[in-house]
Design a protein. Structure first.
Length: 161
């Protein structure tokens, strides 16, 4: 069974576009590091995210784990560092959900399988859990950075006109 470890940004943006339900639909069970949960429950986090990821976690299939961080992650924020470290601990069968450029680069250099928000939206569209173009339109005003070319490539890959 693949251990799916999720960082804060993926959770936040999915909450903001009201697609947080996508994670359990795609993966069933999500591992959220303790530090990531604390970031998600911070008063500055999106309300929908805070209300979904309550400390009791009644509406989300989540494992809360923690542990020592890898030295390679020292330059990252605590949530990213912990997510990468947990994914690395399960590296023989893990998937790390992360978007930040530096975190992705470190995770990739450690040999981890990585997927970002765009990849999740594409997979959600393929499995008919969401409409890709609608999700992308909802992301645009939120400041999530995707180039027009990247979106065009994703649309082409999905067979969209």
């Amino acid at each position: 069974m693949t251990v799916v470890v999720c960082d804060t940004s993926v959770l936040s943006y999915l909450a903001l576009i009201e697609q947080l339900h996508l994670l359990p639909k795609l993966f069933g069970h999500i591992t959220i590091p303790r530090t990531v949960l604390a970031e998600c429950l911070h008063p500055d986090a999106p309300e929908l995210l805070r209300s979904t990821l309550t400390p009791e976690l009644p509406s989300f299939a989540v494992s809360l784990v923690g542990g020592p961080n890898l030295p390679e992650t020292a330059s990252l924020d605590p949530g990213e560092a912990e997510a990468i470290s947990i994914a690395w601990h399960h590296r023989s069968d893990s998937l790390l959900l992360i978007d930040e450029k530096q975190g992705r680069a470190i995770a990739t250099s450690l040999g981890l399988q990585v997927r970002g928000l765009l990849g999740l939206l594409m997979e959600g569209h393929r499995q008919q859990f969401l409409e890709f173009d609608s999700a992308i339109e909802r992301l645009k005003p939120l400041g999530f950075r995707l180039s027009k070319q990247l979106i065009a490539d994703a649309r082409r890959s999905l067979g969209l006109p």
